[in-house]
Design a protein around this ligand. Structure first.
Ligand SMILES: [Zn+2]
Length: 161
């Protein structure tokens, strides 16, 4: 349901979420039965019910994890940031941060991806599909680098490059 979150009130009571919402209500009701470690609370923003820890029993300002929590966090962060950077010390610090960022961007190597990396990504995709379980990119990269190092020792490979 979270990916369909909207800041509009009752976002979860509209189609096509209504059916999922009703199943969700039954599920959280069922999960919360005879459990003392969890409580069902209503979101302070959109009023959707959700399960939370029993330590939040007395709180009435809890936001749901479907989007309201993130929205509030961003708002608070923006408020703090605006307040901080209005202060002369904060303005000076922001200037320094911007200067550092500019220097780092100039020093950053070109963002082109090496052909080796493209080959490793391709091998990762193929081998994961062939072996039918996910391989770590690190493993594929290790195998590729090992083979590459072995090939560099071979006389035919030396002559071709
Ligand atoms: Zn909410």
């Amino acid at each position: 349901m979270g990916k369909n979150y909207s800041s509009n009130p009752n976002w979860y009571k509209k189609d096509p979420l209504l059916r999922i919402y009703l199943l969700y209500l039954v599920t959280i009701w069922w999960l919360s039965q005879n459990r003392s470690d969890i409580v069902v609370k209503s979101c302070s923003q959109c009023h959707i019910l959700f399960i939370t820890s029993c330590c939040n029993q007395q709180r009435n300002n809890i936001d749901c994890p479907f989007g309201c929590r993130e929205v509030r966090k961003k708002l608070k962060s923006n408020e703090r940031s605006i307040k901080y950077y209005q202060d002369p010390l904060g303005k000076k610090k922001k200037q320094l941060i911007n200067q550092k960022r500019k220097i780092n961007e100039q020093l950053k190597p070109n963002n082109t991806i090496s052909i080796n990396h493209i080959i490793i990504l391709y091998l990762h995709k193929i081998l994961t599909s062939l072996w039918q379980f996910p391989q770590t990119l690190y493993l594929i990269e290790s195998i590729y680098n090992h083979i590459d190092a072995e090939m560099r020792q071979h006389s035919l490979y030396k002559n071709s490059s």
